[in-house]
Design a protein around this ligand. Structure first.
Ligand code: HXC
Length: 257
């Protein structure tokens, strides 16, 4: 597959996707969506890949959905085609995805970063939901995921004013897990992804499912779900190997079974 808007590579056990529309600050158009789905599907089919890093350029992770592509759209058409619902597939990636964000992550760009499992930001990162300044509102999950990530006060502040927040504010508010120097960004994201990829695949996938369930259900049901997943991991070879390796004071050799 030749990509027009992405650079897709595999480095060791980590899949790397780089958004690559520099002329539009990586604005997300329908080609990006189509290609991202193909890239993710390839990584999911590749048993050697244990985690994915999604990044942009130094200047922009992504400056939003492509305004030029959206400008002339009409309600009836986008309603009938359920415009942008395809991004739900991206958010449902089963393998862990780390967003490595430098520069602008605005509108759909911020929303795409929030579809990832966690965000590592460069000190230069700027997050925002400026849709209100265009006469619309977030449409790829911003009003829901940002609110869950940073709480109502900060989400309202950002979404109603359209202002940007810097990396320090994003870390303070819980939107990003770590902030690093710009030149360290990819190394840091890779190190985290490699660590994840080295662990037992079934437990990694279940850990991700369990955390995500916290956003979907009651505490009681979430605890039950977690416990059942925990129980089920005792049917894996990797649980036997992981615990034996600890007791024998050696490194585990996970087979992902
Ligand atoms: C299309 C975009 C774009 C976007 C930037 N560009 N953002 N094109 N869609 N979202 C293009 C510009 O038109 C310009 O191309 C080039 O990228 C460089 O941008 P500049 O504006 O010249 O750069 P700068 O002055 O540094 O300003 C950077 C910026 C600004 C602050 C990020 O570009 C900006 O405000 N962009 C829009 C941000 C935004 O509103 N995002 C939300 C989109 S709506 P040309 O060829 O003109 O020089 C959204 C909804 C999502 O995301 C949910 C529903 C789909």
């Amino acid at each position: 597959m030749t990509y027009e808007t992405l650079i897709v590579e595999t480095r060791g056990n980590v899949g790397l996707v780089t958004l690559n529309r520099p002329q539009a600050l990586n604005a997300l158009n329908s080609t990006v969506l189509k290609e991202l789905k193909v890239a993710y599907a390839g990584f999911h089919a590749d048993e050697t890949v244990g985690a994915i890093v999604l990044t942009g350029s130094e200047r922009a992770f992504a400056a939003g959905a492509d305004i030029k592509e959206m400008q002339a759209l009409q309600f009836a058409d986008i309603y009938k085609s359920d415009f942008i619902s395809g991004w739900d597939d991206v958010a449902k990636a089963r393998k862990p995805v780390i967003a490595a964000v430098s520069g602008f992550a605005l509108g759909g760009g911020c929303e795409l970063a929030m579809m990832c499992d966690f965000i590592i930001a460069s000190e230069t990162a700027k997050f925002g939901q400026p849709e209100i300044t265009l006469g619309v509102i977030p449409g790829m999950g911003g009003s829901q995921r940002l609110t869950r990530a940073v709480g109502k006060a900060k989400a309202m502040d950002l979404i109603l004013t359209g202002r940007m927040m810097d990396a320090a504010e994003a870390e303070r508010s819980g939107l990003v897990s770590r902030v690093v120097a710009p030149e360290r960004l990819l190394d840091e994201a890779f190190a985290a992804a490699e660590k994840i990829a080295s662990l037992s695949r079934p437990s990694v996938l279940m850990a991700k499912e369990a955390v995500n369930r916290a956003f979907e259900t009651t505490l009681e049901e979430g605890l039950r779900f977690e416990r059942r997943l925990f129980h089920s991991l005792f049917a894996t070879d990797d649980q036997k190997e992981g615990m034996a390796a600890f007791v024998e004071k050696r490194k585990p050799a996970f087979t992902h079974r």
